[in-house]
Structures are given as C-alpha cells and as structure tokens.
Design a protein around this ligand. Structure first.
Ligand code: MG
Length: 375
C-alpha cells in the first residue's frame, strides 16, 4: 500500500462541563483529524489526541500537527508497505512525538482494514493471532473530574451510574482527603471504583495511600512522578491496592521497568501515548505475558479515536472496563454519524469494514474545504 495524499482538519469542541485534572482545567478541546488517501482511493482517518497544552504528557496538538506535516508525511514520500507493522516501523523511526505517530498510524490501520474487507477490530485480532469471534460490545467506565467537595463527587457518581456506567474513576488531587474518599466510598460500597492522581503526590505522602488502602479501590492510577518507577515500586510494596501506571509508559523499555521493579500491577494503555496501534498491541502482549494487567484509557476523544479504543478494548488482553464513554459525555456534538451510546454498561464495537464510523455532514463539509496534499 502507498499513501498518495493527506488532509488535516482542526475541529474545536466546547466541553459540556469544564474538565479538571491535576492542575489543569479544560473548557475547550481542539482535535486535529488526519485523513490519508491510498493508491486505490480509500480514505483512512486518525486523530491527534494530544491536549492543547502539555499538562498530561509533554506533547501538544500544535507540536504533533507540525511533526506530521513537516516530518512524517514528507519522509513517508512514495514508500510502499505491505503491512501496518511495516508502516509502524517507519513511523516509529521518524522519532516524531508519540501522539503524532499514533494519529497517522490509526489512519493506516483503517486503510488496511478497508483494503482487506475487514473491520479494524478484526484486523487487530488477526494481528495478535486471535481467530475467535469478534466481541460486539465492551464494558466501559467513566472518569469524573476533580470537584470541590465529597457531596459534588457523590452527585456526579450518581449521575454516571444513572447513565449506565458500571465502573467509576475519580480524578484526585491533593485537596482530596482520606475522610472525603471514605465518605464517597461508603456511599457506593459495591461499585467498581478507582482513583487517578495524575502524578500529584510524592512518596512522602505514603500515609495517605496507606489510609485509603482499605477502601477497596480497584487500583490507584499514577500516584507519583511522571518519570518515576522506583518510588512507585516502594509505594506498591507498602499497599495492597494495585498501582496502575499511565503517564510514564511510552515504550517497551518502560514496561520492562514496571516488570523488573514491580512498580505496578496495571498499565493504562492509550494508543496515542504509545505511538499507535502496533505499539499498543506489542506492549499489551509484553505486559500481560509478565503478569501485568492492561486496560484501555481515554483522552476525551472524538468518535474517531473512540472507535479505535473500542476495537482495542475488545481484545482478549483487556479485561478491565476502559475509560471509553458515550459520545455525548463531553461534547454537544461529535463529528461522526451514529454516535456511541451506552447500553447496560456497554458500548457497541463498530463491526463494519474499516474503522466502522463515518464523519457527519458538518465534519465532511469542513474536510471538503481543504485540498488533498500530495506527498
Ligand atoms: Mg490517567
């Protein structure tokens, strides 16, 4: 397969409710969607999932778009590859930001699926040697941003449970106390619940984690530093609740650190953060084969990124419900037709050929304003 041209269109979304995590508050979410055209005229879609500012990892929308247009696409030139893995090897060799690589690589998988007459989900399954029947839906959970009080959090949890979500993740910062978390947990003792600290704590805060160790959280996500594996291992040795790592997992070297140092029991896998689907599949296999568990994280995606996440989360490696919410959770309107809905705690995995979602009229019109850029 050869890529002959591409387009990148920026969409700007107003979030329904401002989203607070760690020390950041987001009210708008710019996302660039990339469309690649192959030599047969098929079009594949991917999205840049970096945030506007480098609050989560050290990558931004603008920086990723610049890398795609100035580095990945020109270097790709007229090269042809026979498998998505060959493309992935090329894209990784550009050393572009992970989320720039992932955006291009997603579209490559969409194209390969279309050329082979299968869904992206099926293509991922075949890539990992899984010939079983495809799953039509996956269990999903939701992340609740930081609130000012336990009662605000409790209200939000109830709203999400009423929507049908069966797993709740609480974003937590240093203002959250043991008392507050105990109050929340006591209100919903049987709900599958976890917390995500987005690297807001230090090892010297270990008593906080020891004091919430009995609250039966499924895991504590990224309590300590974004580059740390050693202090996480020290903390993990002193609490029973499994630690999950997110911000510091980019490549196999990082997964090996978790395995060798016993820094965590879970890895939050995000296609975008690890540079795409091929990398996510390889890292999932590595982690699971060494006793870790993986689950699919979220980045306030559009329906495009969400469709890739659903396919990934349907793989056998993924047993714990992912951060994959319905289309209407964050935005008034998505950019795809037939938006994703939650039913009995599950969201359906697109089954039709390719990614299985189509841009809606508004998005198609925006894309039509741009000319295809030949590479
Ligand atoms: Mg996280």
């Amino acid at each position: 397969m050869q890529i002959v041209s591409y387009k990148i269109q920026q969409f700007s979304f107003k979030l329904k409710h401002s989203y607070r995590f760690a020390d950041a508050i987001y009210r708008d979410r710019p996302i660039n969607i990339i469309a690649l055209k192959d030599d047969l005229g098929n079009v594949g879609l991917g999205e840049v999932e970096a945030f506007e500012f480098p609050n989560y990892i050290d990558e931004t929308q603008r920086q990723c778009v610049f890398s795609i247009t100035s580095r990945i696409m020109p270097l790709l030139g007229s090269k042809a590859y026979d498998t998505p893995f060959e493309f992935a090897r090329f894209i990784n060799s550009t050393n572009a930001p992970y989320m720039a690589r992932a955006a291009v690589e997603m579209a490559i998988w969409d194209l390969f699926a279309k050329r082979n007459g299968v869904s992206v989900q099926k293509l991922m399954m075949l890539a990992v040697g899984d010939n079983s029947a495809t799953k039509s839906a996956v269990n999903v959970g939701v992340a609740i941003g930081i609130k000012d009080s336990a009662s605000d959090v409790i209200k939000s949890i109830q709203t999400e449970l009423d929507q049908g979500y069966t797993r709740i993740k609480l974003k937590v910062n240093r203002n959250y106390t043991v008392k507050m978390l105990t109050e929340i947990r006591t209100k919903f003792p049987d709900i599958l619940m976890m917390i995500d600290c987005n690297s807001q704590f230090h090892l010297r805060d270990k008593s906080f984690f020891q004091n919430i160790d009995g609250l039966d959280f499924a895991m504590i996500e990224q309590p300590l530093g974004k580059k740390d594996f050693i202090d996480h291992a020290k903390l993990q040795a002193q609490i029973n609740t499994p630690i999950c790592l997110d911000e510091n997992i980019f490549n196999s070297e990082d997964v090996w650190k978790v395995i060798n140092r016993h820094s965590a029991g879970f890895i939050n896998m995000k296609l975008a953060r690890v540079g795409g689907i091929a990398n996510a599949l390889a890292l999932s296999a590595l982690a699971v084969n060494h006793g870790l568990q993986v689950w699919c994280g979220g980045m306030l995606e559009t329906g495009i990124g969400r469709a890739y996440n659903l396919a990934l989360a349907s793989l056998d490696y993924y047993r714990f419900p992912g951060d994959i919410s319905a289309s209407d959770r964050y935005y008034q309107q998505d950019i795809i037709k037939s938006e994703f809905e939650i039913k009995n705690g599950k969201i359906a995995v697109p089954q039709s050929i390719g990614l299985g979602v189509e841009l809606n009229d508004h998005a198609q019109k925006k894309f039509a304003e741009l000319d295809w850029i030949k590479i």
